[in-house]
Write a protein that binds this ligand. Sequence first.
Ligand SMILES: NC(=O)c1ccc[n+]([C@@H]2O[C@H](COP(=O)([O-])OP(=O)(O)OC[C@H]3O[C@@H](n4cnc5c(N)ncnc54)[C@H](O)[C@@H]3O)[C@@H](O)[C@H]2O)c1
Length: 355
Amino acid sequence: MIKIGVIGGGKFGTNHLITLSQLERQGRVKLAALADLSPSILETQTKKFNIKGYQDHREMLRQEELDAVTIATPDFAHRQVALDSIRSGKNVLIEKPLDITVEGCQEIIKAAEENKVFLEVDFHKRYDPYHQETERLVREGALGEIQYGYVHMEDKIVVPRDWFPGWAPRSSPAWFLGVHFYDLIRWILKKEPKTVFATGIKRVLAGLGVDTYDSIQAKVGFEGGTSITFDTSWILPDGFEAVVNQGFRLVGDKGVAEVDSQDRGMRTCLNQTGMQTHNLGFLQEKRDKWGNATFVGYGIESIADFVDNLEFINKGGDAKNLSGTVTALGADGLAATRMAAAVHESLESGKIINI
Ligand SMILES: NC(=O)c1ccc[n+]([C@@H]2O[C@H](COP(=O)([O-])OP(=O)(O)OC[C@H]3O[C@@H](n4cnc5c(N)ncnc54)[C@H](O)[C@@H]3O)[C@@H](O)[C@H]2O)c1
């Protein structure tokens, strides 16, 4: 059985822990341990998931005989943790972005090749059924050649202001939000990005002492002339009806696809929370026959895909065959990071950047 540990048990690491503990109940993995710098996170999560805890991930890698780790540390803290894990022979699933530098991604990919471990990047937008249906339509040619398109992904201001004001200044709407859709659109189009021109504004968050961009708009030219505009921001008002607002449209020679990934048709208004829309596609809580909370959705599926892939490889499958499928490999993580890095280079220089 695959023995697995998690590094980083914060907001998104919780999803990793939930997914892996569910897979443990199904007898597919052994969720052994969590490493997190924060003593309070360690205390809460190790109790909740009944696992061992380590403040130092290197100690966990030494003590536990793990086959794999999943990494959900902040964006800027992926590189060293990933390298340590890979160099100790662990297969690795790492949250997007693979790293916030092109060199960091290249180093991680090289280390994975040298140590013959499997490296996957968690881009969960690829697992959204509406996104997958768009990918299928484009792959089968139903939309013809895509000429242009438009993406928006916007978070409520609570995310950079209250969730992680400490590391938001080391991130941006391009790094935190943009990479999701840079990767998704590249995967749907099966075309490489060539040029980027970006503009952005620093005003609201800087005024609150969080020194990062409020919003970034990037126009990306892909192979064959396809042009996609990515609008990203994380300053939507506290009163907005969901934490995230997101969607896209693609216009091709033969058709158009439009996806509203935010408002999926369910809305509530409660005294406690006010008006809210619900994306049950990402995460839906159910109960199993024993009364355990069980979560389904593409937020779970994308992490479980790592375990599917490890099982596939253990049965003799070739990881190279996963390229171009729903699984994002190291090269896909690198491509998304190249795009985000080019967005920032364009922001700083005011120029069109060749990728
Ligand atoms: N929050 C989201 O909605 C979301 C969605 C998709 C992906 N992600 C990605 O998941 C990753 C984690 O984001 P988050 O929102 O969970 O952040 P977070 O700040 O809530 O959690 C990060 C955790 O990592 C721990 N940590 C930091 N450095 C560490 C180290 N060296 N070793 C061990 N633990 C360490 C912190 O103590 C913290 O508990 C990021 O890469 C982010 O981009 C987040």
